[in-house]
Ligand binder design. Sequence first.
Ligand code: FES
Ligand code: FE
Length: 435
Amino acid sequence: MNREKAQVDRRVFTDEAVYRAELQQIFARAWLFIAHESQVPNPGDFIRTTMGEDDVVVVRQRDKTINAFLNSCPHRGNRVCMVDAGSKARGFICNYHGWSFGIDGKLRGTDGKVYETDEAFEKSEIGLTPVARIASYKGLVFATFDPNAPDLTDYLGDFTFYLDIMLDNDEGGTEFIGGAIRSEIDCNWKLPAENFVGDILHAFWTHQSGAQAILGGGVDLGKRYDELAFQASVYGHGIETNLDKVGNTRTLGYPELVDYVFDLSERAVERLGELRARAIGAISSATVFPNFSFLPGQNTFRVWHPRGPNKIELVSWTIVNKNAPDHIKELYRKGVMMTFSPGGVFEMDDGENWEYSTRVNHGFVTRQQPLHYALGLGTEDKSRELPGHIHKGSLNDANQRLFYTRWSEFMEHDNWSDLQNGETASPKKTNIAAE
Ligand code: FES
Ligand code: FE
């Protein structure tokens, strides 16, 4: 990222060496989203995921805590958990030579008597490798491979103020419903991450026809642009939002969901204050650095798992308030499938753009031309009492510039004190109760 010129070098989207450095500098250090607590409610419940390209299994323990381990047998490396999710497992048995592991990751047994008679074999020293740290924020479980990483709340910083729009707008918290949707897109992982961190600009063009199909022929998404809209960014995490309350929710196509958000309003104001209550279903999008994104009001949560410089595996879920009525939950599930699933009207629009943006950047001459990220230079708004770097208007590249600034901080700095005190840190501590 060239901050002065607001340009990004295209090679970050295609270069194999850059990608390998990202796995080391970003994905092996950052806190990464691995599960929602509701996905593993009981001891022995598990899901399989990845952190970067590392296969991981997330398991609810007997003492109700959640732990996560590399999904790789310490014998010859085979995957020990082959399925995407399951419940009430007592352990995992490796297919290759039959070593078995408890849900605590410890080696429980080996096939036959061979190892028992091998005096040098010390069973208690062998097990699945746990992640270095694991922690939850309001139902979302994150993990890091870096034992020196700061606490999760410090990593998220003031961005929790904005996460709460989605996670804490009603009592009872949230849950994921209906399983995970997996798909592959031939694009670099940063393109969707930067899209969700602050690219409402594309929506008014890319998604115009899809929105018309759902909302009716006369609708003009651009006309819904709100003068109070803003972008907020902390440590490269970012949200861009209007304050129209239901702009996103409307595009799910069910008026009952719009009514639900309005019914929620009074309670949401009590919990979040007036301003954030106006964002719970508004035209908005967000990314938690590096690769975890969501859409308030459209209720899709998703991770853009890197699979090489030119490929991602997208895993997405539907999130709902736990105490929402069952028929409302079902409408959210249907609405998300209709819009943000591989066959959904909006997701299909996006995937093609990201694939061509990645593919074309490969060209020898093309990749030497920097990309333009200069929309909204000089729009920082220091007058609003909101946490983070605030920029006026959501039609702005500000959050994307801060996303790539954070990316550079991770790629350049080896210690966390430099990482946490850089340019992307929140410029001020705000009394959030005042909002
Ligand atoms: Fe797992 Fe051999 S690779 S038991
Ligand atoms: Fe989009």
